[in-house]
Design a protein around this ligand. Sequence first.
Ligand code: NAD
Ligand code: MG
Length: 283
Amino acid sequence: MNKPKKFPEQTQTQPGNEHEMIPTPKLIRENYKGSGKLKDKVALVSGGDSGIGASTVLHFAKEGAHIVLVYLEETKDAESVKGKVQDMGGKCLLLKADLSDEAHCISCVKACIETYGQLNILVNNAAIQFPQDSLFDITKKQLQQTFETNIYPYFYLTKAALEYLVEGDTIINTSSVTAYRGSNHLVDYATTKGAIVSFTRSLSAQLASKNIRVNGVAPGPIWTPLIPASFNDIADFGQDTPMGRAGQPSEVGPAFVFLASEDSSSYMTGQFIHVNGGEIIGG
Ligand code: NAD
Ligand code: MG
């Protein structure tokens, strides 16, 4: 196998902009065919402007869903995704909001209901990460910001959404391979991703009898704005996986479709799909 090309050096700060990335991430394969798996469903996707969230939005739209796309501040990326959803015949409401504030989470769910009259799929996906080589470099401020962004909104949005979710609806949470194998330079981030696994499992048990399914996706290294915006040395990003390369968002989105679709995953709750280039996850 040819060695994958190195990613070119580039500098961004969080949240990164997808339109500035080289090469541009692939969000959906040109030949992806929808089959109406999510026809007339409404999905709210946090961090839906770029990367894995944007891929999820585009795959959901291909499957016939309408979208509420929540993003922090990357309006150009969000507008671009909205345009693509509209080109597929879908509707896409853009909401710019800092989800670390519970009031904003409640407003986003309210706006979804006011616009579409329903909410069927909640995708908790927004996150940040600030690598530090030593635990002693993780300041209280960073610790709070990481938890307030990566895990608290999963509670806030879910609480707000549960007022409207009914039998057959789903919640999908983005975790990470770092939750399962740890990360020496992302200790606080990996801890929030572990919390997301426990949150998913616990909530699934609480909601199983209502047939509201709660599952998650645990990606490995995926080429998204988070990567050049948080890591300095990205040349070999993803090459330490068994497949020897980073994944594209387009390779993750379909896992969200599978978990969102009653046709595909009706007997699954509390589970994670590991889209990580071949790293075997135990336990
Ligand atoms: P991304 O930068 O494209 O997406 C993260 C999004 O989070 C941003 O678009 C931003 O708008 C949003 N966001 C950040 N702070 C926010 C806030 N306070 N309020 C509202 N929105 C906020 O990067 P991505 O890699 O696609 O990340 C999506 C998810 O995938 C994250 O949960 C991340 O932890 C997870 N993940 C990514 C990788 C990877 O290698 N890229 C690996 C494992 C897990
Ligand atoms: Mg973004």
